[in-house]
Design a protein around this ligand. Sequence first.
Ligand SMILES: [Zn+2]
Ligand SMILES: [Zn+2]
Length: 419
Amino acid sequence: MAEPITAPRGTYDLLPDQSYKWHYIENILTSICKSFGYSEIRTPTFEYTEVFSRGLGESTDIVGKEMYTMLDKSGRSITLRPEGTANTMRALIQHGLLKGLLPVRVYYISSCFRYEKPQSGRYREHHQIGVELMGSHYPDADSEVIKLAYHALRELGIKNTRLEINSLGCRECRAEYIKSLKDYFKQNIHLMCPTCNERLERNPLRILDCKSEICKEIASKSPDILSFICEPCSEHFGLLKEQLSDAGIEFIINPRIVRGQDYYSRTVFEFVHEGAGAQGTVCGGGRYDRLVEYLGSDPCPGIGFGMGLERVLLIMEAEGIEIPVPEGPEIFIAHIGENSQKIAANLVFELQKSGIYALYDINRRGLKAQLKFADKVSSKRYLVIGDSELESGKATIRDMKTKEETTIDLNIGSLIAIL
Ligand SMILES: [Zn+2]
Ligand SMILES: [Zn+2]
């Protein structure tokens, strides 16, 4: 026998006894998106590599190190999507949606691929829900997507999250900030990790994301972006804070949030979970007013977020949030003998067509084994059809738990009436 094959490193299989949890989460999230006016968009799993190298910026860790990029058979460079925004913008531009009625509101639930060191809760293929709101530069758009994420986390039952917001300013005021950031880090760079040494010239903002203790320590005393942002950026940020307060949403200002992509400007935000067992960012997003220009479109402001579904699930488990286990069949129809088997098969098909979850034994086992199976799949009731039932035209439905018995006429109408 050949060796069994496992799933690739950093990936996992979602098995039937777990998939209901994903349905539960996805149902809540999609219904919230709908009530906020967001429609689903589905884009290909892979894109031409330029979508991400231009959209995210060559200097980001994602583009530099983490993308699954390959040449296809015709020699074109293609990349499995490492995140959801740049590819969504590619689609909106391609189909002219940004030139139509604005704003445009879309959401997606999709997998993202990153070649990272696998660790607990981090996968090379992970899943996220993302929303993108295009066509408003007003802070109303920023507060809308934050409200959506806030409401989504609450509806999932997640309690211990903290909203952190920041403004990265615009192109003009950020340039000033980056200059002073560079000057500051230059003085300490000999103490910092090799990656940060690389980042200093390439992308000093990324240093603020470094996980190394010494780098974190040095970064904590770095200049504060909020003291650099220009008047219009500052006013935008002020209005956002006001709108969040008006909505009763608590937040803290964290000037160290930069997010991993170059395309962000002005508002960036994260929902951070603090509870035991699942710390870190569960949802992150921000404004990307220039992204579509990198992708060859006329300017159009946009803001959105991504929420990692693996993290959501981990947090829900850490917080002890119960996800309802799906119910078993309404009825299991056991059969003794060939004639009964035919009747059982037909009755079950009729029930299934009426939208009732019903099963019978397709392995023609003995009665005992059939009932054992019915119990295992948590059937609520069972019915046995044998020669005497066929003769009398009556059958007894038994409740698996209470053992309560109800005798009915053996036909589909009486069955449906009782279920
Ligand atoms: Zn500015
Ligand atoms: Zn570092």
